[in-house]
Design a protein around this ligand. Structure first.
Ligand SMILES: C[S@@+](CC[C@H](N)C(=O)[O-])C[C@H]1O[C@@H](n2cnc3c(N)ncnc32)[C@H](O)[C@@H]1O
Length: 312
């Protein structure tokens, strides 16, 4: 079976990565390797592409796609928060560009057989990296009601978090909840009809997003990675990050703000005396979004936000 995924905002990413032949470039989220393929072509001759994905299927696929460029490619089945260690152990002191295209691929959703989709009847797993211990099954069937409520509310911004958590706990007392469709049906049944039919999205969308974020510790990994960004880039190097929901974008925006302007001097002081030295500069204030044409052709681009920053 082929790998289903269409890269989001490919032109914008390509333009803002600012790549040149000979560059060292990192794709932290290989997925279908669409962005990675464009990147490697732009940095040849002489460049090196470092590709990372925590999903082994994505690594296998990327190996095939990038095979013609294998002399210039290093691939790692790893979490992008491990990038400092990966660069260190390969003797790389800094890179010219880093790309993160967050979240999941269409392939994981459609062909993963890991319960990412509420439209499929699959085991509740949701791990992108199957070497990790925590699964969606464990969260749904063993986390206390209060913790479920908090996950649904914090990571899914789900209005009916409390009700859904209560129902899950009630049902699992009799029999464990094994599959994505069992869980989706519980959510559909508990959400009041007037909200269910008013929403543009499937009623289970938010809870599934919340569980996926919790299983993969997505926000934690992103925060950990963001702390390290300035130390990974060479001067003039670019960071491009595509996020798909406000929780991710907030982490990226706040981390960049801290590297850009964390001066603690009183506002009326004419010069900075606190010793803050900016490390990064955002290339544009507001994130870029996909064009209407792209969204028509690739609905996954609908909620994409691209932020770009440069190492000073
Ligand atoms: C949206 S897809 C990337 C698509 C890719 N840019 C393309 O052009 O096909 C996101 C990928 O990132 C991977 N991923 C998500 N979080 C990760 C993390 N913390 N570390 C490594 N890989 C991650 C997922 O497994 C998935 O394959």
């Amino acid at each position: 079976m082929g790998f289903e995924h269409t890269s989001v905002m490919p032109q914008e990413v390509h333009e803002h990565q600012n790549l040149k032949p000979g560059n060292i470039s990192v794709d932290c989220t290989l997925g279908g390797a669409g962005h990675a393929l464009a990147t490697i072509k732009a940095i040849l001759p002489g460049g090196t592409l470092i590709g990372i994905d925590q999903d082994l299927n994505a690594i296998h696929h990327a190996k095939k796609i990038l095979h013609p460029f294998k002399e210039n490619t290093l691939l790692f089945h790893s979490n992008f928060s491990d990038l400092p260690t990966i660069l260190n152990s390969n003797g790389i002191k800094g890179v010219n560009s880093i790309l993160l295209d967050l979240g999941f691929s269409l392939n994981q959703l459609k062909n993963g057989n890991r319960g990412f989709s509420f439209n499929k009847n699959e085991p509740l797993d949701m791990r992108m990296d199957i070497r990790n211990d925590l699964t969606a099954f464990e969260i749904v069937n063993s986390f206390p009601e209060s913790e479920l409520t908090s996950i649904f509310f914090k990571f899914g911004e789900e209005k009916f978090s409390r009700r859904i958590a209560k129902k899950i706990v009630e049902i699992r007392k009799n029999t464990p909840i094994h599959t994505s469709s069992e869980l989706a049906q519980i959510i559909i049944d508990i959400i009041p009809a007037k909200y269910k039919f008013k929403q543009r999205i499937h009623p289970a969308t938010r809870v599934f997003q919340a569980i996926r974020i919790a299983v993969n510790r997505e926000l934690e990994q992103l925060e950990k990675f963001m702390q390290t960004v300035p130390s990974l880039l060479l001067k003039g190097g670019r960071l491009c990050i595509i996020s798909f929901h406000s929780l991710e974008d907030r982490i990226v925006k706040h981390a960049l703000r801290k590297f850009e302007n964390n001066c603690t001097c009183p506002k009326d002081l004419p010069i900075c005396l606190c010793g803050f030295i900016p490390q990064m500069k955002s290339v544009f204030r507001k994130p870029l979004v996909a064009t209407k044409e792209e969204i028509k052709f690739n609905p996954m681009a609908r909620s994409a936000k691209l932020r770009v920053a440069q190492k000073i």
